[in-house]
Design a protein around this ligand. Structure first.
Ligand code: COA
Ligand code: AMP
Length: 636
């Protein structure tokens, strides 16, 4: 039996024993005796009587072990021309002080803190300061608009909001404080204070209840670590569901720490002192895990990058960072390489840097499309690994485990289930699919440590979204299949979630925003294929009778509306007015059919359609507006 098979079987057949062993990786204050228990919904809870603090495990512990001088963070910001390195000792000092500052503002064990910040070291400082106090952070990605921020503030009810005066995009400075102010004006919940990190590029005006970060930090007494229960929440991270209301995924503390530690060793093959670079954002799950917690828990150096794959300043940015910081393992989303490939098709930038330090490249956030995989594999002398996971799971579900037993790579597959994850494919009736047969990808309980413990203050939604479809199994929302050799192929979402440049977005939410416009009678938003971003949203709207305005102006207005409500990150740039939408006789819009037409595929007229002529009318409208590849679509 291979090392992987042996480890995987042990994890599935004796999960308690397996995860009891792995728990030994963390410096607990009170090591857990109860390893696994199930909650009322049959969902696994790990290490419930253990006590620890993840800030302690990620910082204090390493300093105690003599790693105080080791670099914890290399911050590199081509958009501002700044760079900075913080050692473990320096980072600990800043985190302890900022925790002291938050404590002064009243933040205590169990309180929530919303963090809305760009990619600066202080974002990590704020997150870990919360962990230090036993407070729960909720980081909101900077590309979200005030409305989205407000929704999250109302749901998480933070005692404090931490932000910066601005973020810096390729072509513009984005003032963050007005976004926070507008969000607070819309929110029924008001925090006690707002802390603002002033940045040189654009300073914010501070009002009543606002505090300058630097002043607070300078005056604060360092705060010690507060021991928390392993099952206490470390963070809430909101992610798109099928409705306009984002889901607050709750992550526990102990299980998360154990899982991340395990993954650093067995998946990414990282040892203490080595450098890990994850080019994501702290606002996403990848950032939480592999920019912040996992590298630091493992005693590695993390690279924090405030820039883009291209145009900051060129398509060689990633290669420069890898060479400059001697990165051993690099992680990003495939879309970033599609952007690089577009600007540097022959990979000339790559050959200008010494990449001998690089041992592996990991990709996630969306499926690694075979052309991008081949482009990378032909140019890099290291394994190019696609691995699959989601906000809810918190760490990879399927991967090629380089630190355990590297496997042959198959283009289009995320390789095999990670130990702990009993991944299965079920058909509609809940029967296990045979090899190669597509179906719903599920994970059999117990899910391993590190996965979501629930939806913030919404037990019912947790149950209905994940546990109700197939009792005893967690529903991932992805469709796919497993081949004869156990390789997992994830083919896409089975719900209304789309993936735009590695970012997860809800078409349902966009429909709510567009549909709320007074001129719109009905609308459908679909995700269509895009060569750079994987998918982009397109809106189809039917106008109310009596609309007399200009359709082109309305389209611009609707695009702006989504940008204002959800944010620029939605990339909602195309909307077209149609006379009718194809529906079933029971009134359900035939979205899959619309996607097929937009993607240029052959399509048939389903027997359930209410008005067959509606299909041709939509197809004509798409062709006229040059939507996707609709010009190539043919009715069969
Ligand atoms: N704050 C404010 N605005 C932001 C932002 C932030 N943190 N991040 C993105 N935006 C804005 C962008 O400026 C852009 O605005 P625009 O419409 O005015 O141009 C919009 O949101 C869309 O951004 P993005 O998707 O980043 O598109 P892009 O064309 O600027 O860049 C890529 C394309 C492929 C280079 C970029 O999407 C990318 O780097 N993707 C990698 C994604 C990733 O790492 N995902 C994490 C999952 S692992
Ligand atoms: P998020 O929660 O934002 O991380 O998005 C998770 C979703 O992105 C998953 O449910 C998948 O649909 C998709 N995804 C992430 N990684 C992969 C991958 N390697 N292959 C296929 N789909 C992926």
């Amino acid at each position: 039996m291979s090392r992987y098979q042996d480890e995987f079987l042990r994890s599935i057949e004796s999960p308690e024993l397996f995860w009891a062993e792995q728990a030994g990786r963390l410096p607990w204050f009170t090591p857990p005796q109860t390893i696994l228990r199930y909650d009322d919904q049959g969902h696994a809870r790990w290490y419930e009587d253990g006590e620890l603090n993840l800030c302690h495990a990620a910082l204090d512990h390493h300093v105690e072990q003599g790693r105080g001088e080791l670099a914890a963070i290399h911050w590199d910001s081509p958009v501002t021309g700044q760079k900075r390195t913080l050692s473990y000792g320096q980072l600990l000092d800043r985190v302890a002080r900022f925790a002291g500052a938050l404590r002064e503002l009243g933040v205590k064990y169990g309180d929530r803190v919303v963090i809305y910040m760009p990619m600066v070291p202080e974002a990590l400082v704020a997150m870990m300061a919360c962990a230090r106090l036993g407070a729960v952070h909720s980081v909101v990605f900077g590309g979200f608009a005030p409305h989205e921020l407000a929704v999250r503030i109302e749901d998480a009810e933070p005692r404090v909001v931490v932000t910066a005066s601005c973020g810096v995009e390729i072509d513009r400075v984005v003032p963050y404080k007005p976004i926070v102010d507008e969000a607070l004006a819309r929110s029924a919940h008001q925090p006690a204070a707002c802390v603002v990190l002033q940045r040189e590029r654009h300073e914010a005006e501070l009002g009543a209840g606002d505090h300058d970060w630097a002043t607070l930090e300078a005056a604060a007494e360092p705060a010690p670590c507060v021991p928390v229960k392993a099952t206490d929440p470390l963070y809430i991270l909101y992610t798109s569901g099928t409705t306009g209301r984002p889901k607050g995924v709750v992550r526990d503390t102990g299980g998360y720490g154990v899982a991340l530690h395990y993954s650093m060793e067995k998946i990414y093959d990282m040892a203490p002192g080595e450098v890990f670079f994850s080019a994501s954002d702290v606002g996403w799950v990848v950032g939480h895990a592999y920019i912040v917690y996992a590298p630091l828990l493992r005693g590695c150096t993390t690279v924090v990058y405030e820039g883009k794959p291209v145009r900051t300043p060129d398509a060689g940015a990633f290669w420069r960072l890898i060479a400059d910081y001697r990165v051993k393992s690099f992680f990003t989303a495939p879309t970033a390489f599609r952007a690089i490939k577009k600007e540097d098709p022959e990979g000339e930038w790559l050959s200008r840097y010494d990449l001998s330090c690089l041992a592996s490249l990991f990709l996630a956030g969306e499926r690694l499309d075979p052309p991008t995989f081949h482009w990378l594999q032909e140019r890099l002398d290291v394994p190019v690994i696609d691995h699959w996971w989601q906000t809810e799971t918190g760490w990879p579900v399927a991967a090629n485990l380089l630190g355990l037993e590297p496997m042959p790579i198959k283009a289009g597959s995320a390789t095999v289930p990670v130990p702990g994850f009993d991944v299965q494919v079920l058909d509609r009736e809940g029967r296990r699919a045979v090899a190669q047969e597509q179906g719903a990808v599920v994970i059999k309980e117990p899910m391993p440590p590190g996965c979501l413990s629930g939806i913030w203050r919404d037990t019912e939604r947790f149950h209905s979204a994940y546990m109700a479809a197939f009792p005893g199994y967690y529903l991932t929302g992805d469709g796919g299949y497993v081949d004869e050799e156990g390789y997992v192929f994830i083919m896409g979402r089975t719900d209304d979630v789309i993936n735009v440049a590695g970012h997860r977005l809800s078409t349902g939410e966009m429909e709510e925003v567009v549909g709320a416009h007074p001129a719109v009678a009905e609308c459908a938003v679909i995700g269509i294929q895009d060569a750079l971003k994987g998918q982009v949203p397109v809106g189809l709207v039917i106008l109310k009778d009596g609309f007399t305005g200009d359709e082109a102006s309305l389209e611009v207005e609707l695009i702006e509306r989504v940008r204002q409500w959800i944010g620029p990150i939605a990339c909602f740039r195309q909307v077209l007015v149609v006379d009718r939408l194809p529906k079933t006789r029971s009134g359900k819009i035939l979205r899959k059919l619309l996607r097929n037409i937009a993607d240029g595929q052959a399509y048939g007229v389903p027997s359930t359609i209410d008005d067959p002529a509606s299909l041709e009318s939509v197809h004509d409208a798409m062709r006229q507006h040059d939507v996707g590849a609709s010009g190539q679509a043919r009715m069969e």
